[in-house]
Design a protein around this ligand. Sequence first.
Ligand code: UDP
Ligand code: MG
Length: 314
Amino acid sequence: MISLIVPCYNEEEALPFFYKEVRRVLAEIGQPYELLFINDGSKDGTLKLLEQFAAEDPLHNFYVSFSRNFGKEAAMYAGFCNVHGDYVAVMDADMQDPPSLLPEMLRLLESGEYDSVATRRVSRKGEPPIRSWFARRFYHLINKISDADIVDGARDFRLMRREMVDAIVEMDEYNRFSKGIFGWIGFKTYWMAYENVERVAGETKWNFWKLLKYAVSGIVNFSQVPCSIAGYLGFGMTFESFLFLIVVVVRRLAFGDPVDGWASTVSIILFCAGLQLFCLGVIGQYMAKTYLETKNRPHYIVAKTNVENAKKVK
Ligand code: UDP
Ligand code: MG
């Protein structure tokens, strides 16, 4: 069986297009399937549409509706916890993950050589250039400083075997960054490249700040390097200032030089104070994550669903 997970947040405009196209493709493939839509606290008519789909074809269409917006990561996790397929994929509701790629992905998986077929965009056509630039920098950086292997342009859209899905469900950390998790669990992945497709209707749910927050959290979740840098910087500066201290004392004792340079002293103090605050901030990021992790809160809260046992959050 093939399971498709579709996180939806205010997608009433795009959903009908997606639904029609994905059903067409699945009928063409001709294998048993289930569609699991996650309503991530939409404020528009998304839930109504999902209920309509479920009423239309209760054997194939399922939904889990959250009590509020918990974010795409929580929606994907809810999906992984509640699907039963041997092959599982996450797909955006806006057609930016083209359903037409599914038959080819399935063929590659069934050849038995790979455990997952992942997709990556080779272009970022139609995206603001500044966003593309930051995205590229982010992928470059995170690959350098973490051991989660993340490909530039990688999408969350990938078809996986059951073993991989079980491994993902097993990783029940509260702060989730799926691209990192997919890379971290390993398995053999085939990368399929395709040209970027623009969203069919509606608007993107991500603005610059939301993306920046997501990027920082991705780095903090998968790399300890920022913490080490803070440590090394501190060590370096302590050592350096110790040398300075010796120079100043020797100069005073040997030559009796009066100390001048009030301005430079103040700048150095300010610089060091800034650096200390910055490093505290870095450590604070890790502390905040740990804090949330130890609270052990549920990833999401289900308000309504037609999936059996979906209310039991792992
Ligand atoms: N999404 C979600 N919860 C959110 C934000 C987005 O479930 O808080 C879903 C959204 O409905 C879509 C997918 O995640 O199916 C990707 O969102 P979007 O297309 O807005 O992102 P973009 O493609 O612009 O990066
Ligand atoms: Mg999109």
